[in-house]
Structures are given as structure tokens and as C-alpha cells.
Design a protein around this ligand. Structure first.
Ligand code: M6R
Length: 608
């Protein structure tokens, strides 16, 4: 996580750096800082809290810089304090460093430096880097950086400046993304090229320990063995998309409300209705690649993993292909068996999640083809995978994923129909599935129209500190997602559980203070779910049901019902999840929680 930005050129380096880290705030917002060279001296300013707090301090300090680096932090080593905020400097204030990633061998390096007389002022792993560079510096900045970097283990993207070298920034990246943008008589360094795409779209993506010496309109790149290498600039096509809150109090609410439109975008131009199938223009695989799939492995984290879990049910039900779905952070440390015919689907809104990226790299090394589903054009996973299907959800600013999730479900469903049509599904069956997809935007709008009713229920239950979300089959991953939404933005303990498992232990927690949100939209298992809800009721548990219109049997069981339009089981998680998102939003609002940027979280999780 963490966002790095650097600027050298004829525009105001202070202004450019602050603007840059504001765009990177989705990567962390615990603290922020800026440093640069001014008349042969390093000047810096740091603040705990968001970039807006730093801006106020910078203004008071009247900073003028010739070159700048800046950082917005998501704390890993050390609490989110001003002392631990980046940039970090050596004791003589000659070198300043901003860092994204984790330096795993920092305890040993720190010990060695302490023995040499160095005093540390922060608890971070990063602080060893400026001290190391300063101790190795003998007039050659690049040489000192090279030697220091060769001693680091772990994942790191670094931007480094030296008070004696105001004409350059040195950028280093190893298993952590870093982009260098080259404009006319200026240059940028950023964790995300979108942060400077308004100024230049000529970009170089560093990787594998490469070091770049970046000057105004110019760069040189060196590989790990210190050889200068030729790296051409790539032109990124997409312009940064800007999202404004408009009439909404929070981005999260705005993004929940955008779902009818973005769901439409998810399938627009992709349906081949006459043939009851689907075509993705980004899917570069040929028919034989897709026909030879014998097994699918799906990877993701958090909400993206929940979408993958739903897809596993869909693909096995409809396309009859065996599916394994894995949490990337667990999978990457397995020694995976990847039999011939395995096709990998990596799901990531951001396209930058470190665990999913590492897992897919390992699978590609084993020869598997990787299809990524992601929302961000030009992200690392977009660039590295064999093909990428875009979610078309538009920028998702709220840390809590909402519209990206429902678009993931729809795209995975469309992919399923396509695979099934290539195998056994007949045209009429395919057409019926496409009709169900086309009805979703209107059905989701109907859920949004019940906002007031959902908000009233949320207010009445917002004082509870524990919730269960229960469902069966498709409603089980949906219950995991519903519980995650509530946890993330309202800080309430919520457990998503397969309803049939309650009697194997968790039912011990049910009482009048622990309400259950029952996701009732899986027709095939509804009778079984009703039995499970009766067991909850018998223990004085309150039940809030989210159920398709016309569902019978709930009147004696549910204390509250949120009716959602009926659809097929495979897609029922879409309207159900929108209702659960609104419920979580209004509980969080009632509790006064910070909704768009919840504590301890970040939008893009670029550390393990
Ligand atoms: O960008 P990704 O989809 O790879 O992110 C994965 C998770 O970090 C993400 O879904 C997270 O769980 C969200 N905050 C959920 O709302």
C-alpha cells in the first residue's frame, strides 16, 4: 500500500507532489509527508492524518523546492504517527526516502547501523534506507543507492533524493509497482501512472529491482546487476477518470446508486443475443484455448474472492467445469498442483493486490494462462496477465467495494454462459440467461427505490454489536460479502456463515442482542434455510430477511423483511447484495463511522 510521488521539472514541485499524493490517497491515508531540495538543503514536512492536514502544514511552512518526493501512508511497521510518516531522512539530513512495501531484513540492518552509531527516530523499516545510503555515499549518489539496495530483502518501491543532487530523483522498484512518467522538460514518479496521466502518458514501469535515474524529461535505467539497459517508454491510453460525489454525502452511497448504470455497462456490446452467447472483445484466447479448459482456478481477496466463490457455483452448475476458488494470500504459499488444462481467473478491482499478483505470477511460471477481471486499465495485473476483461464499473473511490462487486458477478456469469454455450448449453437456454442479465439494472433500481425502508430498519438495529449473515448456496458467498460490508464501514462484528453450519457451533452466539440477516434468494435451498432460521428464532434471535418478492413462509420468522425483485438463483446475489450494501451504509451512518475511508483500510492492498 502507500502512495509514492516524485516530481522534477518546471512546474511547482510542492504543488505537483501534493496533488500527486492526493490522487494516491486510495492507497493509504494514515499520514503524509513531502521532502525536497531547496538551495542545497533538504526540507521536509510530515503530518499524521490525511493529505489535507499535510497541505495546511506545508502552507504554513512556505515551502519552495527544486525537486520533490511525497508519500501517503498505510502503516505496516510502526503506528500512524508523525514520526513514522515518510519521507525518512538520515541523521545529517542529506538523503530523503519514500517507500512502499516491506523491507523484511530491516531488524538486522537496523542493528548493524545502530552499532555504527546511527540513531533512529522512527519505528519504520524504511528509515534504514536513508541511513544506509548516507553511510555508503562518497560523492556518487547512484553508486550509494545501488550498494544500499543490494542489501535489502523484501518488496520495495523507493523514490530517493539527495541534497547535493537536486537535478535528479532515483527510483527503485522490486515487487512493488512504480511508474516513471517522462514529459517535456519534466518527469514524474508514482505508484500509479494515473496520478500523473494528466501531464504525460509516456510511461516506464519499473520491476525486478531496476533502478532509474530520473531527470527533467530524461531517464536512465539499470538492472540488478548494475548494467544500463534500454527501456522504451510505453504510451498509456486511458485518461484518468475523475469521480465527484455530486449530490451524495459519501462516494460509497453514490457508487451504490450507480449500479443500475454500470451493470448495463458490464454487458453492453458483449451479448450476442441471436446466438444466446457472449463475446468479450478483450478476450484474446482462441476458441481452442477455451474449449480445452478442463478445470478452472479462481483467485482473489476480500470482495473479489466472494465474487470468485459465486462464480465457482455458477461455472460448475451451468458450464459443468470443475472449479477451485482460493484466497490469494493462502494460495501463494501452497505448492500448487496445476494440471494440464487448468485455466486461471484472477479477480481484482484494482489490479494491484499484491497477493493476487504474486499468486498469478507463480501460476504463469507454471505455464497456466491467466485471465484477469479488473476495473483499472493499465494496472499491473492488466499488463501482466494473458488477457484482461474490464469490469467497466467506473472509478470506485469508496474503500468498500460495491459496484465493482456486482459488475464482477455479472461478468463472471456472462463468461460462464459463454463457456457453457461452447459446450452443451443450447441457444434457447443461453438466451434465457441473457434475458435474466438484461433485467438486472431495473431490478437493482427497484432495490434502490426502497432505500428509505432499508435505512429505517438499519437505524433500528444499528446499536447491536454483533450480527450474523446467513445464506445457502449462492446466498452463502453473498452472506460473506454482506458481513464484510458491515464490518468494514460500521466496525460491527459480523459473521457471514453457511446457514446449515450454524448448529455445528456458531448458534451458541445467538441471542436477542445478535440479529441475523437472512439472505433468502436461493430458491433451491429456501426450505432448508427456513429451518435454520427457525432455530435462530427459537433462541430469541432477531431475523432481518432479504427475500425475493412473493416468498412465502417468512411471516412467522422474520422480524423485518426487505423485499427484492426475483431473478434466477445464479444472479440473485446482485439485488440481494445491493440491499445488504444499503443496510451496511445506513448502519454505519447511524453510528457516525467514517464511511468512504474506514479506519485501518486502503483501497489498494499492495503489501502482503
Ligand atoms: O482490488 P482488489 O479487488 O484485488 O481488492 C481486494 C480486497 O482488498 C477488497 O475487495 C477489499 O476486501 C474491499 N475493501 C472490500 O470492500
Amino acid at each position: 500500500m502507500c502512495g509514492i510521488f516524485g516530481y522534477i521539472g518546471s512546474q511547482n514541485p510542492v504543488k505537483m507532489a501534493l496533488q500527486g499524493i492526493k490522487r494516491l490517497e486510495y492507497r493509504g491515508y494514515d499520514s503524509a509527508g513531502i521532502a525536497g531540495v531547496d538551495a542545497g538543503k533538504l526540507r521536509f514536512c510530515k503530518e499524521a492524518g490525511k493529505v489535507a492536514m499535510l497541505e495546511q502544514e506545508v502552507e504554513k511552512a512556505h515551502m519552495h523546492l527544486e525537486v520533490s518526493i511525497a508519500h501517503t501512508r498505510w502503516a505496516t511497521n510502526g503506528a500512524p504517527t508523525k514520526e513514522n510518516a515518510h519521507p525518512h531522512l538520515d541523521s545529517a539530513e542529506s538523503v530523503a526516502v519514500v517507500h512502499n512495501g516491506i523491507i523484511e531484513n530491516y531488524p538486522e540492518l537496523r542493528e548493524t547501523l545502530i552499532k555504527q552509531g546511527v540513531t533512529f527516530v522512527s519505528e519504520t523499516d524504511t528509515e534504514i534506507v536513508p541511513h544506509l545510503i548516507a553511510s555508503l555515499y562518497q560523492g556518487d549518489f547512484l553508486e550509494a543507492v545501488r550498494k544500499a539496495v543490494s542489501m535489502l530483502h523484501g518488496a520495495y518501491a523507493l523514490a530517493i533524493i539527495h541534497r547535493d543532487h537536486p537535478d535528479c530523483i532515483i527510483a527503485v522498484a522490486h515487487e512493488s509497482p512504480l511508474a516513471v512518467g517522462i514529459g517535456s522538460n519534466e518527469a514524474f514518479i508514482s505508484s500509479d501512472s494515473q496520478a500523473f496521466a494528466n501531464y504525460t502518458r509516456d510511461v516506464l514501469f519499473l520491476s525486478n529491482g531496476e533502478i532509474a535515474v530520473v531527470k527533467r524529461g530524461h531517464y536512465e535505467v539499470f538492472d540488478v546487476s548494475n548494467q544500463q539497459i534500454t527501456r522504451d517508454l510505453q504510451r498509456i491510453e486511458s485518461k484518468p477518470q475523475v469521480s465527484l460525489k455530486g449530490e451524495y454525502e459519501h462516494y460509497t452511497l453514490k457508487e451504490i446508486h450507480e449500479q443500475p448504470t454500470v451493470l448495463q455497462n458490464a454487458f453492453a456490446g458483449r451479448l450476442r443475443e441471436e446466438y444466446g452467447t457472449v463475446q468479450f472483445e478483450e478476450l484474446k484466447f482462441d476458441v481452442n484455448d477455451l474449449l480445452s479448459i478442463e478445470r478452472i482456478l479462481i483467485l482473489g481477496c476480500g470482495t473479489s474472492w466472494h465474487a470468485g466463490y459465486l462464480a465457482a457455483y455458477m461455472i460448475e452448475d451451468i458450464a459443468r467445469i470443475p472449479v477451485q476458488v482460493e484466497i490469494s494470500s493462502e494460495f501463494r504459499y501452497k505448492n500448487p498442483i496445476v494440471p494440464h488444462g487448468t485455466f486461471v481467473i484472477a479477480i481484482s478491482q484494482s489490479g494491484e493486490t499484491a497477493d493476487t499478483l504474486a499468486a498469478t505470477r507463480e501460476l504463469q511460471a507454471k505455464g497456466a494462462k491467466v485471465l484477469t477481471l479488473c476495473n483499472v486499465h493499465g494496472s499491473t495485473m492488466d499488463r501482466e496477465s494473458d488477457a484482461c476483461v474490464y469490469l467497466r464499473a467506473g472509478p470506485e473511490v469508496g474503500v468498500c467495494s460495491t459496484k465493482a462487486f456486482t459488475n464482477q458477478i455479472v461478468i463472471l456469469f456472462l463468461f460462464t454462459v459463454m463457456l457453457a454455450r461452447m459446450r452443451h448449453l443450447n441457444r434457447q437456454e443461453g438466451q434465457a440467461f441473457l434475458q435474466a442479465v438484461k433485467a438486472l439494472p431495473q431490478q437493482v433500481q427497484a432495490v434502490l427505490d426502497m432505500e428509505k425502508h432499508i435505512a429505517d430498519i438499519a437505524k433500528r438495529y444499528a446499536h447491536h454489536d454483533n450480527f450474523f449473515f446467513l445464506g445457502r448456496r449462492y446466498m452463502y458467498p453473498a452472506s460473506l460479502e454482506g458481513a464484510l460490508k458491515l464490518k468494514e464501514i460500521s466496525y460491527i462484528n459480523a459473521n457471514g456463515y453457511p446457514a446449515g453450519e450454524m448448529k455445528h457451533g456458531p448458534i451458541a452466539l445467538i441471542n436477542e442482542n445478535c440479529p441475523t440477516v437472512a439472505l433468502c434468494a436461493n430458491k433451491q435451498t429456501f426450505g432448508k434455510l427456513l429451518n435454520n432460521l427457525m432455530e435462530v428464532k427459537a433462541r430469541n434471535g432477531k431475523v432481518i430477511a432479504i427475500a425475493p418478492e412473493g416468498t412465502e413462509g417468512l411471516s412467522d420468522i422474520a422480524d423485518e423483511v426487505i423485499w427484492v425483485p426475483e431473478t434466477i438463483d445464479e444472479l440473485a446475489s446482485v439485488p440481494t447484495s445491493v440491499a445488504a450494501q444499503l443496510f451496511a451504509y445506513y448502519v454505519a451512518l447511524e453510528r457516525g463511522a467514517e464511511i468512504d475511508q474506514p479506519r485501518n483500510l486502503a483501497k489498494s492492498v499492495t503489501v502482503e
